[in-house]
Design a protein around this ligand. Sequence first.
Ligand code: MG
Ligand code: MG
Ligand code: MG
Length: 305
Amino acid sequence: MAALVVGHKNPDTDTIVSAIAVADLMSKRGVEAKAVAQGPAVPETLFVLDKFGLSQPEVVSGVAGQKVILVDHSDLAQAPADLKDAEVIAIVDHHKLGDVTTSSPLLMWVWPAGCTGTVIKAMYDFYGIEIPKNIAGGLLCAILSDTVIFKSPTTTEDDKKAVEALAKIAGVSDVQALGMEMFKVKSAVDGVPAKELVFRDYKDFDMNGKKVGIGQLEMIDISMLDKVKGDLAAEIAAVKADGRHSVFLLLTDIMKEGSEMLICSEDAGIVEKAFGVKGDKSVWLPKVMSRKKDVVPKFEAAFKG
Ligand code: MG
Ligand code: MG
Ligand code: MG
């Protein structure tokens, strides 16, 4: 039975492409593996898959009784609900280590890079396996997406080097143009229901015993969201009402390099405590680009203290 390679809930481009790439790499190393996903691909990812001729992984509802390889996460909250009934044989990730544990030794490639794609590029090199052209294109886009074309503070030199090498393999001459094309697709929100936008890139966290949801929309220009801001605020209130202490939605402007944060919380002072800026329903946070690096640690500290 093939091991299932699966990324996090509400899959993004890195999660989907990393599952495809690790399945390819493991299969070539003699471990039969198949890419799956916990949900359908978002428009940005569909653009990438289509551009490089990759197919969308099958959506699975559970992994019980199977061998599993986790990519782009190691948190139980982000993993399939029945992961405890599966055997995790490998983790490939670039986040802080989560709470997944195993009963047997496992393969782990966890680097503090800007993208899982960067770690996978290094894996291919380490094992001496050639990266297929289409997978190189997918990994390249995953890195450009996760690092917001190198603007995110999560970007490392390893990401830049990986992009340079992957672009050569994929035959991409203008990386910047490809990145902008991809973010234009990501920024097309006309006619998309507010609920879908809130959950497009959304994660729940346990912060000092409180359930906190943080969503993010990365846009070329956040004024494109002006018409739907009221709907987004109503939607995060509904998500909060569904058993959460707080829900925040980051509207990230990749050209202005900052984020407007929509706020819905039981604790009116939590945002000021975390960021030192007063905000009731929303606040502008200059230079805040990364949920992982700029937002989660600040909230974790604020919820603790
Ligand atoms: Mg991800
Ligand atoms: Mg990632
Ligand atoms: Mg992201």
